[in-house]
Design a protein around this ligand. Structure first.
Ligand SMILES: NC(=O)c1ccc[n+]([C@@H]2O[C@H](COP(=O)([O-])OP(=O)(O)OC[C@H]3O[C@@H](n4cnc5c(N)ncnc54)[C@H](OP(=O)(O)O)[C@@H]3O)[C@@H](O)[C@H]2O)c1
Length: 292
């Protein structure tokens, strides 16, 4: 039987690693899995598709490309229209695309000589990251629209097909989700300094509500943190040399005591992959927020 996984932000980082892991896993389980790479940049998506075809024993018509910019309502509506026209079933819907625009990193906090505090800031990015959130063409805050709103429109536009397919909808959340960064009076985070933490916290909350609304219709929602992964997002925070010469060696040591520091995107995709495989009934016994 054929299955379909749609992944937003699939051209690089965790989304691309997830596509690889899904192809490996489905080949082992002898499932014919089709993957729809949903990316904002068509050329990058084509490159990702070629890499997958060169590395895995899958056919070109197993991997689809559908462009979408989650920070544009018009683009999301065009995307969902195309998905409805092309597919009648979605088994796994990975809502992974995300941004964390950072304008400045306060390195001085690394020299507090408090190991636990350094671990905390490496885990959550709290205090050290000065974030820069701009307005989108739709007039929304960019982090909110990219990470949350665009994906929520997708869910509601595709709800009929998600219900019909008894889909699993899996957000890439983050341990940087911070309740104290979120305000119900400012859901876009116009007035705060941690739009990323606010957006990921909002996803955690929305997943609980979406489960309450739609579990009875057979759709299950999850969010999970992939751990700290070296990807575009992390490399945008600090120069390569700071990561590769200083932080990654430290993180490799800390990693002996914590599974949070997944580092490699393929490791980061592990928890997301796990969620697509657990049986639906297991979910009722587990919290819908998984740690990486
Ligand atoms: N890396 C970590 O340590 C970490 C930890 C916790 C959670 N996460 C979450 O994991 C997810 C994937 O991040 P990553 O680490 O793999 O980072 P990444 O390498 O930067 O990948 C992000 C992906 O999202 C896409 N994207 C960004 N804005 C988009 C938009 N407006 N419309 C459509 N696609 C868009 C990017 O496309 P382009 O290539 O075109 O930019 C890219 O494909 C994100 O949601 C992030 O918040 C990451």
């Amino acid at each position: 039987m054929e299955q379909l996984a749609i992944i937003t932000g699939a051209n690089t980082g965790i989304g691309f690693a997830l596509a690889q892991r899904l192809l490996e896993e489905s080949a082992e389980s002898k499932i014919c899995l089709n993957i729809c790479l949903s990316c904002r940049n068509y050329d990058k998506a084509v490159r990702a598709k070629s890499l997958l075809l060169s590395k895995y024993n899958c056919s070109a018509n197993q991997i689809f490309i559908e462009t979408v910019d989650t920070s544009s309502i018009q683009s999301v509506l065009k995307f969902t229209k195309a998905i409805k026209e092309k597919f009648f079933k979605i088994d796994y819907f990975y809502l992974n695309a995300g941004i964390m625009p950072v304008s400045k990193v306060d390195f001085s906090l690394f020299f507090t000589f408090n190991l636990f505090y350094v671990i905390k800031i490496l885990t959550t990015g709290c205090d050290i990251l000065k974030q820069l959130d701009e307005d989108t063409q739709d007039g929304m805050k960019s982090v909110f629209q990219t990470n949350v709103f665009g994906h929520i429109i997708m869910i509601f536009e595709l709800l009929e097909i998600l219900c019909k397919s008894q889909s699993k909808v899996i957000f890439t959340g983050s341990s940087a989700a911070r309740e104290d960064s979120f305000s119900i009076d400012d859901i876009e985070h116009r007035f705060g300094a941690d739009p990323y933490g606010s957006s990921k916290f909002l996803l955690d909350v929305l997943v609980i509500e979406l489960n309450r609304l739609f579990n009875s219709k057979g759709v299950y929602f999850y969010t999970c943190c992939p751990g700290l992964v070296m990807s575009q997002v992390t490399y945008n925070l600090m120069p390569y040399w700071v990561w590769n010469l200083i932080l990654v060696p430290i993180i490799r040591l800390v990693r002996m005591f914590s599974s949070f520091y997944t580092l490699d995107p393929l490791n980061g995709a592990e928890a997301l992959l796990y969620l697509s495989m657990i049986r639906k009934c297991d979910q009722r016994e587990r919290p819908s927020v998984f740690g990486g």
